[in-house]
Ligand binder design. Structure first.
Ligand code: BGC
Length: 342
């Protein structure tokens, strides 16, 4: 059942939707940005705690540029020089990250109100992005279906169709804090990324095709490793990203990432059908936004695991392209399973 969350500055009503899992666990979603607003799961003492960053006030969702909780599109992550060529035609895009295009442009999918449809144990949000919106060709009809099952597994299914060949690369940009306390940092979390390599990027976080093995670097999370261990190292990619903000190339495993907080005992396992994951350690959160319970959203108070095609893929020969042809169906699925570590 939907409740009213608030009104945007232009007077549109934003709704909040809730799905229940087991032991009273629940996830809340907003039609604004088809966002994840809260993920409340039991900690090791059975106390429900919220492991997702978000805001109590819609005005923060409107003004934020951190994409907290949001569905990101039409193309997530960066496109170099805000331009790409498709079927011989060059498309200029809005440059909202220096000279580059980030997370869909000036007004991305995160700032739109989506149409909600509630089902028994899932919710589908749909948005129609018209031909030419943010510079992209083709009218794209995009849907996100969230399911939260009786095992506390959150499933995100993205689908889309277009009437002209276009790009489509959607992700969810939830920031997790598995301590269940957003006034703490995520530096104590133990992370495993089932990824033997990452895409090296320049100082503007743009990859150009180089693939680097993680072995012997602070990017190596192939065994459980504390996030804080290497986050301030002098390794050039870490300096460029001001911490972790890179695309890992996923090994072909069922679970692609596992994060754990000893404090709460909560563990999160991730799966995805996409080839990459952006592990972003909240390096640009600066305390200027006030989150839920009046807690400022401070540096490294949350981390993202964004399933994705590799950043800038459309401009890099050896990367799989996020192309959606007219008549085809875009489909990918990502899951986050919450449990208490045994
Ligand atoms: C990007 C970061 C960016 C953040 C918020 C992440 O997906 O990789 O560089 O600061 O989103 O915009």
């Amino acid at each position: 059942m939907a409740s009213i969350f608030g009104k945007t500055s232009s007077g549109e009503t934003v709704h909040c939707y809730r799905l229940y899992g087991k032991e009273n666990a629940y996830v809340e979603f907003l039609d604004y940005g088809a966002s994840i607003h809260a993920i409340c799961v039991p900690d090791k003492n059975g106390v429900l705690c919220d492991v997702a960053l978000g805001f109590s006030d819609i005005s923060y969702y409107e003004k934020q540029d951190c994409y907290i909780g949001a569905t990101v599109g039409r193309v997530c992550n960066r496109i170099e020089n805000s331009t790409f060529t498709l079927n011989g035609k060059t498309y200029p895009l809005y440059a909202n990250d220096g000279k580059n295009h980030l997370h869909g442009g000036k007004i991305g999918f995160d700032k739109k109100i989506w149409q909600a449809e509630e089902h028994d144990d899932s919710i589908t949000f749909t948005y129609v992005s018209v031909d030419g919106e943010e510079g992209y060709p083709g009218t794209l009809t995009v849907s996100v279906t969230y399911t939260f099952d009786k095992n506390n597994k959150l499933t995100i299914l993205h689908t889309a169709t277009t009437n002209k060949d276009t790009l489509c690369a959607l992700t969810n940009h939830c920031y997790f804090n598995l301590n269940g306390d957003s006034s703490t940092t995520i530096l104590n979390h133990i992370l495993t990324l089932y990824a033997d390599s990452f895409t090296s990027a320049d100082a503007e976080s743009i990859p150009h095709g180089e693939i680097v093995p993680v072995t012997g670097t602070p990017m190596d999370f192939t065994t459980p490793t504390q996030i804080g261990k290497g986050i301030d190292s002098d390794y050039e990619p870490i300096r460029f990203g001001k911490g972790y903000d890179h695309n890992w190339i996923l090994n072909n495993t069922d679970i692609v990432a596992r994060a754990y907080s000893e404090k709460s005992g909560i563990q999160m396992d991730m799966t995805t059908t996409l080839p990459g994951v952006q592990f972003y350690s909240g390096n640009f959160l600066d305390g200027s936004l006030i989150g839920k319970n009046n807690v400022p959203v401070t540096n490294r108070s949350g981390f993202c695991l964004e399933s994705q095609y590799f950043p800038n893929a459309i401009n890099v020969d050896n990367f799989e392209k996020p192309l959606l042809k007219a008549g085809d169906v875009y489909k990918h699925q990502t899951t986050y399973q919450f449990s208490i570590k045994k």
